[in-house]
Design a protein around this ligand. Sequence first.
Ligand code: PCA
Length: 325
Amino acid sequence: MLNRKNAALFSVLTVTLTSEAWAQETWDMALAYPSSNYHSELASDFASMVNENQDEINITTHPGGSLYGGGQIYSSTRRGLVPLGERFISALSNEDAIFGIDAIPFLATNFDEAKALYEASKPKMQEVLEANNLKLLYSVPWPPQGLYVNNEINSIEDMQGVRFRAFDPTTERVAELMGATPTSIEAADLTQAFATGVAESMFGSGSTAYDSKLWEHVDYWYDIGAWLPKNMVIVNLDMWNALRQDTRDVVLATAADIERQGWEKAIELDGWYKEQLADNGMGIMDASDQLEADFEAIGEQMLQDWLDRSGEYGEEIISTYRGES
Ligand code: PCA
């Protein structure tokens, strides 16, 4: 039986539990890249800032594919198995053509162009995400993509039969067009793939190569600035809609702040990554005229493929991007 003193204590405990443990919901955030990568660091800053400024949710980040691997993050967030996730956008281009826009070779080759392409494509991307029960919170680019290879190359003919790590349908297609043999491998499995010879070449920025010490397996990086793909942070829309308005305001303001910081960070790190690759013995190479021309031809073909697939909205986005509308 509860006497009066115990009853009072019991109610104090209940109130404490209600306000601290029950009211605040833990929100997991699934990340595919290592905790030391700037994308994961930004996500961790995002979580801390959101946690500090409201009391409805408490975000916990799970980097390196520790909660869901890169390949599961989009569907898990869509289904509400996890409220928040970060996914490499162009890996989703088989879901919808819009997700392939920032991985068309040579369409946007520097940060300013990548930003303009992002702005031009964002409304359609938001629309497609909402139709999939998701909301876009922020998106941050990878530095420009180059080609990692073990031998010097003069034209794409030198890529014939090379075992090639693909990370999205675009890199798979480029590999096919080069005559290389693509294998789909997430960043978390990269070191293993190169160590065992499953892969011997890939596209990528200096970032992922730095994270996985690629210089231990690959000798050259052709700095061709082919495209700047992005990650996006998404939230399950039902869970988002169930939040209080003041909480949503905090999350949106934080997301905008992190997105701005993320673009600055990627720009700042671009040169730094290249230095790290060079300091660790990787040859940073310029493409020959032939190689450049070969890639431009691949880029044109892939833009045409994308326009055929996306139809009218694709034409509109490209002309907005090019400042023609
Ligand atoms: N790194 C990511 C995608 C683009 C990049 O530079 C990766 O290798 O998975």
